[in-house]
Design a protein around this ligand. Structure first.
Ligand SMILES: CC(C)(COP(=O)(O)OP(=O)(O)OC[C@H]1O[C@@H](n2cnc3c(N)ncnc32)[C@H](O)[C@@H]1OP(=O)(O)O)[C@@H](O)C(=O)NCCC(=O)NCCS
Length: 338
């Protein structure tokens, strides 16, 4: 059963989507020149063929701002109309100010309250739920919810266990209160979230924070890069994403057969296929773009949603299941009626 903290709310609608992916492409063959790996290994184990890498002088907020501009254009509203910006990221421009404040400045959203959320790969759905709370209580009317990452800044390019998995990019949605109109398009019908800090050690960046500042002594062991127990993470990801999906559907009063399209976190094709199998749905019900981008953490779902939207794959009334899993561990799922 869904937990009390995941109760259903009404009347927040996605009215625009946008994304930005950096130009530079890093292929599996490129990686095989840096570490002992191969295109065949990476493709078979993960489904990833290439990923995008941000320019050195490109910060997370630069990508987030461009995704936000595109989402605003899609929604047909100005930056001044936005009164809340929530950025989900584990690769903020700096510890503070928040990346959301930099986005505000870059797009000119002068009327917005701005802050970041840290929930790793579940960050976008966490941010969506936080923004819904602000909107559904009447506190704010129009929010930009952004997932943006420059994961290349956290990668140890000597670690083949992790460097082949991740990439950079940003995605954004505009959400707005849907007033009395209960069948408004893009309506978020339900969101469930969960966390288990007991498993924090399985996927983390141990250094660079207050627990382990980077010093001249520890810098060479690269504690400020991604450390992951891949097999364990894989198992928990499948279990939690299935549970969250079922809970979000139940909360929305829907069944698995009602799903038109799954927009899953893009970490590993085998994880996504295992989820589809457990839900009893064909693999082609899941939107896939990890072959092009790898795992961009908080950005995967809004980027996939935007690509599905722009490709004309989303029709009015479609039921979308959004589902994510990430470090923490954290997980979340949302059902959206397009
Ligand atoms: C990382 C992952 C792809 C590894 O796949 P796997 O099938 O579990 O592979 P294993 O970790 O068991 O490693 C198998 C072998 O491949 C090797 N290997 C690991 N990375 C490799 C690479 N890039 N190229 C070639 N070989 C590699 C390992 O060293 C191991 O070798 P060994 O058997 O000699 O020890 C997989 O565990 C995974 O996707 N986990 C979840 C990751 C994830 O989604 N993280 C983010 C969650 S938000």
């Amino acid at each position: 059963m869904p937990t009390p903290s995941s109760q259903a709310f009404c009347a927040s609608s996605i009215i625009g989507t946008g994304s930005y992916m950096p130009e530079k492409v890093l292929t599996n063959d490129d990686l095989s020149k840096i570490v002992d790996t191969s295109d065949e290994w990476i493709t078979t184990r993960t489904g990833i063929r290439e990923r995008r890498i941000a320019a050195e002088d490109q910060a997370t907020s630069d990508m987030a701002a461009e995704a936000a501009r595109r989402a605003l254009a899609d929604a047909g509203i100005s930056a001044e109309e936005v009164n809340l910006i929530v950025v989900a990221t584990v690769t903020p421009d700096m510890f503070f100010p928040s990346t959301a404040c930099f986005v505000q400045k870059k797009i000119g959203a002068t009327n917005a309250v701005c802050f970041d959320i840290s929930a790793a790969c579940s960050g976008f759905l966490y941010a969506l739920q936080v923004a819904r709370h602000f909107i559904n209580t009447g506190n704010r009317s129009t929010a930009l919810v952004i997932g943006a990452e420059k994961l290349s800044s956290l990668i140890n390019w000597q670690d083949r266990n992790t460097c082949v998995l991740f990439g950079d990019g940003a995605g954004a949605v505009v959400i707005r209160r849907a007033e009395e109109e209960t069948d408004a398009p893009g309506r978020v019908l339900s969101t469930v979230m969960g966390s288990d800090g007991n498993l924090a050690d399985l996927l983390k960046v141990p250094g660079g924070g207050s627990a382990c500042p980077i010093t001249a002594e520890n810098a060479l062991s690269r504690p400020n890069t991604i450390h992951m127990e891949g097999r364990e993470t894989f198992k928990h990801a499948v279990t939690r994403m299935c549970q969250a999906s079922e809970q979000a559907l139940e909360m929305a009063g829907l069944k698995k057969e009602d799903i038109t399209l799954i927009i899953p976190h893009q970490a590993n094709l085998r994880i996504i296929q295992a989820i589809a199998d457990r839900l009893g749905l064909p693999h082609d019900k899941a939107f896939i773009n990890l072959d092009k981008y790898g795992n961009t953490s908080a950005a995967t779902i809004p980027v996939a949603l935007d690509e599905a939207n722009r490709a004309g794959r989303l029709k009015r009334g479609d039921i979308l299941l959004l589902v994510a899993f990430g470090g923490g561990f954290t997980w979340a799922s949302s059902v959206v009626r397009w």
